[in-house]
Write a protein of this length. Structure first.
Length: 361
C-alpha cells in the first residue's frame, strides 16, 4: 500500500520470530489489544476529484492506497493532516503554502499536545493553524481555508475523504508508507505535485537513499560475520497489561529491520497491536525502545521514563537494555525517521556503532 521508491538500498532480510509470538498472535486474534487511537481505514480508489478554480494546470498521481487523484500543480494553499506529512512539506520548502494542520482542539493545549515543541517551533505552528481532526475531521473547517490540496494519512476516515472530494471538490492525497523505502517514495510523490521543489527533493532523496544503503550494508555485514542480532521490543504506548507496537508489513517493522534488529512483534497479523505483557516477559527482548513525549494526553500521560518504570507491566522484570526514545521517531514515518537510523543502529549495537553526534533536525 505504500509507494516503494526504486533504490539501491534493498530492505534487510526478515528476522525469525520468537517462540512466544504464537501466544501473542492468539491474543490478538481474540481481539485483545488493538490500539484504538491508531485505527486504520481502508480507502477505495475513486474518481479523480475536480477542485474548482485551479485551472487546467494539473497532474494525476497515484497515492499510497492506489487511489488515482487529479491535483493542481504547485498548489498555493494546502492543508496537512499529520506531523509526518508536515516533515516532508517543510523539508521540501513548502511551509509557506500550508494554511492549516490537523490537531485535536478539544485537548488542553491543542496543537502543543500533538506536535512536539521542536516541531511547532521549527515549522512555525500554533493553535491558529489548527483544524479539528478528532474525534472526526472538521471537513467544513477545512473547506473554509480554501485549500487546493489536502495531504492526509490513513487516520483520516473514508467518510471525511469522500466529503472533501465529492462535496467540496478538494483533492485528497493519502501518504501512508509501509516501509522506510516508501518514505522516499512519498518525497518523490510530493515533488510530482510540486515541480518547483524537484531540485530540493532530489537532494533529499539522495540523502535518504544513502542512509538506507549504509544501513543495509551494515546489516549484511553482520549477517556475513555471523554476528548475533538482538531481539527488540519497539513500543510507543502501554495500557492494561499490553505494550503497543507494530506488526508485519509496517514502517515500524521496517525500521527495526534496517537497524539490524529482530522485532519480537514481526509476526503480528495487525498493523497496530498490543503485545501481552506476560508474553513480552517470556521473550525477554535484548533491547526495549520505548516512546517518551512531552505531554501527549492520548499516549502515556507525560510519558517519561519514570512513568514507564512505575506503571508498565513487568517493567522491572524485563532484563533487556531499556532506551527512552522521543515518540515521534517511533511513530511518524517521515524523512526524520530515516535520518535517525544511525541512532537506532547505535542503540541496538553500541559496541559496533559509534554514538552519533546529534539527532536530525
Amino acid at each position: 500500500m505504500s509507494l516503494n521508491a526504486p533504490s539501491s538500498a534493498d530492505a534487510p532480510s526478515g528476522r525469525k520470530l520468537s517462540a512466544t509470538v504464537a501466544i501473542v498472535i492468539a491474543l490478538i486474534a481474540a481481539g485483545i489489544g488493538v490500539a484504538g487511537t491508531a485505527a486504520y481505514y481502508e480507502l477505495r480508489p475513486g474518481a479523480p476529484p475536480t477542485a474548482p478554480g485551479v485551472g487546467s494546470n494539473r497532474t494525476t498521481v497515484v497515492d499510497d492506497l492506489g487511489r488515482t487523484v487529479s491535483v493542481p500543480l504547485n498548489a498555493s494553499r494546502i492543508v496537512v493532516l499529520a506531523p509526518s506529512l508536515m516533515d516532508i512539506v517543510y523539508r521540501l520548502g513548502l511551509r509557506d503554502r500550508v494554511v492549516g494542520v490537523g490537531c485535536t482542539t478539544s485537548i488542553t493545549g491543542g496543537i502543543y499536545n500533538e506536535y512536539s515543541p521542536n516541531q511547532t517551533a521549527l515549522w512555525g505552528l500554533s493553535n491558529s493553524t489548527c483544524v479539528t481532526d478528532y474525534p472526526s475531521l472538521n471537513t467544513a473547517g477545512v473547506a473554509l481555508l480554501l485549500p487546493q490540496l489536502v495531504l492526509a494519512s490513513t487516520i483520516t476516515s473514508v467518510t471525511a475523504v469522500a466529503t472533501l472530494t465529492n462535496t467540496y471538490g478538494i483533492p485528497v492525497v493519502i501518504l501512508a508508507p509501509a516501509t522506510l523505502e516508501g518514505i522516499v517514495g512519498d518525497v518523490r510523490l510530493v515533488a510530482q505535485m510540486f515541480p518547483s521543489v524537484v531540485p530540493t527533493a532530489l537532494v533529499l532523496e539522495a540523502t535518504l537513499e544513502t542512509t538506507l544503503a549504509n544501513a543495509t550494508a551494515f546489516d549484511n555485514n553482520l549477517t556475513t560475520n555471523g554476528t548475533a542480532i538482538p531481539s527488540v521490543l519497539l513500543t510507543y504506548y502501554f495500557y492494561t497489561g499490553e505494550y503497543y507496537t507494530y506488526g508485519a508489513t509496517t514502517f515500524g517493522q521496517s525500521l527495526i529491520d534496517f537497524a539490524a534488529g529482530a522485532s519480537i512483534s514481526a509476526g503480528l497479523p495487525l498493523e497496530y497491536g498490543g503485545l501481552n505483557a506476560s508474553a513480552v516477559l517470556l521473550d525477554q527482548p535484548s533491547v526495549i525502545l520505548y516512546g517518551t513525549s512531552w505531554n501527549d494526553a492520548y499516549l502515556v500521560s507525560g510519558e517519561t521514563p519514570s512513568v514507564w518504570a512505575s506503571s508498565a507491566s513487568y517493567w522491572s522484570q524485563l532484563n533487556g537494555t531499556k532506551i527512552a526514545v522521543d515518540v515521534v521517531l517511533l511513530s511518524e514515518p517521515d524523512p526524520t525517521m530515516i535520518l535517525a537510523l544511525p541512532w537506532f543502529e547505535y542503540w541496538l549495537h553500541p559496541t559496533l556503532v559509534a554514538e552519533p553526534t546529534s539527532l536530525p533536525p
